[in-house]
Design a protein around this ligand. Structure first.
Ligand code: 13P
Length: 340
């Protein structure tokens, strides 16, 4: 393991107010999003969409790293250039999603355990040779009556820590993603309680599995009220609750926290990230950044609709969201940016 390289890669991912772009939807998830818009659910459509993303002019000004799916990392532009070369040439660090999905957890109705540890060492070796320097693993935790259970939290945290240790051994920076889902009626206080418990367990496991905190990125949810909770707190209250929770549980050795968007609108995700940086940036031990999928991609996908003629305006929409999020890291995002 080259410790210094891992530390340098992690630092580069959060440098210059940039963030990550998650474009690692599995084929079923990508197809589901295409189906909603009437886009054909084919390998060629997925390739064309990812070509649109990675060739977006100026993307590297705002995006430090992209996370790809196994199908995408092997794909090429229409002219035959490998996506991974396009990404690297744009000054962006290529990353890869390495879990194999969240499956129903035995004995735990309504809960999921993320799989993918078997054979992971060999897969990581291959991805490293292909040029990837970052790898992501997502655990999902639902909030509800009696859940998440201790069994589910501990099993997912253990898997995250084992994956992270394998990544560092292979020279890839782990992006450790324990996602407490937004779906449900739960309150912000309940999300806070669950997120704190989950992150505490994750960091205990990372320590037990000897993961080097300086060479990783944490990708958590923001502390939010459930989607169908009648009380929806204001942007500043979400920012305060999220930072307070993270300060209690994330060691200062972690260089950066890159939030997932989790189904928030692009505007709200930017506004909340902005508020955290406005109110706390100068007093925090780690950078607060982004690693959004939907909150960067959704407007672009809706404009594209699978049409070659819509590629340019779709790329402009993608660039716009990436730029809004870079501004949010600086605490300079305003609603007026959405009208330009
Ligand atoms: P969202 O930002 O759409 O939640 O996606 C983040 C992600 O990478 C999920 O694994």
């Amino acid at each position: 393991m080259n410790t210094q390289e891992l530390i340098d890669t992690a630092k580069t991912l959060i440098a210059e107010d940039k963030g990550l772009l998650a474009m690692d939807e599995s084929n079923p998830t990508c197809n589901k999003r295409f189906a909603r818009l009437g886009i054909p659910q084919t390998e060629e459509a997925r390739r064309a969409y990812r070509e649109l993303i990675v060739t977006t002019p100026g993307l590297g000004e705002c995006i430090s790293g992209v996370i790809l799916y196994d199908e995408t990392i092997r794909q090429q532009k229409k002219d035959g250039t490998l996506f991974i070369k396009v990404i690297t040439d744009a000054g962006i660090i290529p990353g890869i999603k390495v879990d194999t999905g969240a499956k129903d957890m035995a004995g735990h109705p309504g809960e999921k355990i993320t799989e993918g540890l078997d054979g992971l060492r060999d897969r990581l070796k291959e991805y490293f040779q292909m040029g990837a320097r970052v790898a992501k693993w997502r655990a999902v935790l639902a909030s509800g009556d009696g859940i998440p259970s201790r069994g589910c939290i501990e099993a997912n945290a253990h898997a995250l820590a084992r994956y992270a240790a394998l990544c560092q051994e292979a020279g890839l920076v782990p992006v450790v993603e324990p996602e407490v889902l937004m779906e449900g009626e739960h309150t912000l206080e309940r999300c806070n309680e669950v997120t704190e418990k989950v992150l505490r367990t994750v960091f205990t496991q990372l320590y037990t599995q000897r993961v080097m905190l300086e060479g990783m990125i944490l990708k958590p949810n923001m502390v939010l009220p459930g989607l169908t909770c009648p009380k929806q707190e204001a942007v500043d209250e979400v920012a305060d609750a999220t930072v307070r929770c993270l300060l209690r549980v994330v060691p200062a050795a972690v260089p950066g926290i890159a939030f997932l968007s989790g189904g928030q609108s692009g505007e709200l995700a930017s506004a909340r990230l902005n508020a955290m940086n406005v109110r706390f940036k100068s007093r925090l031990p780690w950078a607060l950044a982004f690693s959004f999928a939907r909150a960067i991609q959704q407007p672009a996908l809706e404009i594209w609709q699978g049409e070659e003629a819509h590629v340019l305006p779709a790329q402009q929409a993608l660039y716009h969201r990436a730029k809004c999020n870079r501004s949010a890291r600086r605490g300079e995002y305003t609603a007026a940016m959405e009208r330009t």
